[in-house]
Design a protein around this ligand. Structure first.
Ligand code: ATP
Ligand code: SKM
Ligand code: MG
Length: 156
């Protein structure tokens, strides 16, 4: 969350001249609802079902860069599908993540105390992110363009 997945995916798409998809945007487009509304009205499990289907569809149809939602890899079926493709974990520390997400508006899992919510999510998810990643790039104190350049180097 705030790692820069959406931002950096867009930069990579431009650099490589390939299409970019983002599962959060795909879910909003296919349901016609905002993600925060889906969480509030239908619950996180329903969102995770939609997300797992969106990742599976994108991996089957799309040839380019795919930005995932921050919690997509919590589903084992998604982790299994990712096993065959290069996966970059954009690592962000607590303090940069807090600066980037601001008040957390539009990020339902950050409702309440943004800093403590981000800390809890980073603590619980970092081992999962590391387990699915083929590459890890640190983003703290670095511009999205620098992060994208590292990825281009790693995946060349
Ligand atoms: N390396 C960076 N340095 C500073 N700000 C950044 C960096 N990467 C992204 N940002 C900013 O942080 C915010 C969150 O970025 P972005 O939406 O790309 O993150 P995300 O990983 O896709 O988050 P989510 O999990 O919510 O989808 C945006 O305002 C973006 O401009
Ligand atoms: O980290 C998460 O669990 C989330 C991140 C966003 O990309 C969205 O997928 C949604 O807000 C949930
Ligand atoms: Mg995003």
């Amino acid at each position: 969350m705030g790692a820069g997945k959406t931002t950096v995916a867009g930069l990579l798409g431009e650099a490589w001249d390939v299409p970019v998809r983002d599962t959060d945007a795909d879910i909003e487009a296919s349901t016609g609802r905002e993600i925060s509304d889906i969480f509030v009205e239908s619950g996180e499990e329903h969102f995770r079902d939609l997300e797992a289907a969106a990742v599976a569809a994108a991996l089957a149809e799309h040839d380019g860069v795919l930005a995932l939602g921050g919690g997509a890899v919590l589903r084992s079926e998604t982790r299994e599908l990712l096993a065959g493709v290069p996966v970059v974990f954009l690592r962000v520390g607590l303090s940069d993540a807090v600066k980037r997400v601001g008040l957390g508006v539009g990020r339902p899992l950050l409702l309440g105390n943004v800093r403590s919510r981000i800390k809890a999510l980073l603590d619980e998810r970092t081992p999962v992110y590391e387990s699915v990643a083929t590459h890890v790039v640190d983003t703290d104190g670095r511009l999205p363009l620098e992060v994208a350049a590292d990825i281009q180097e790693l995946l060349r």
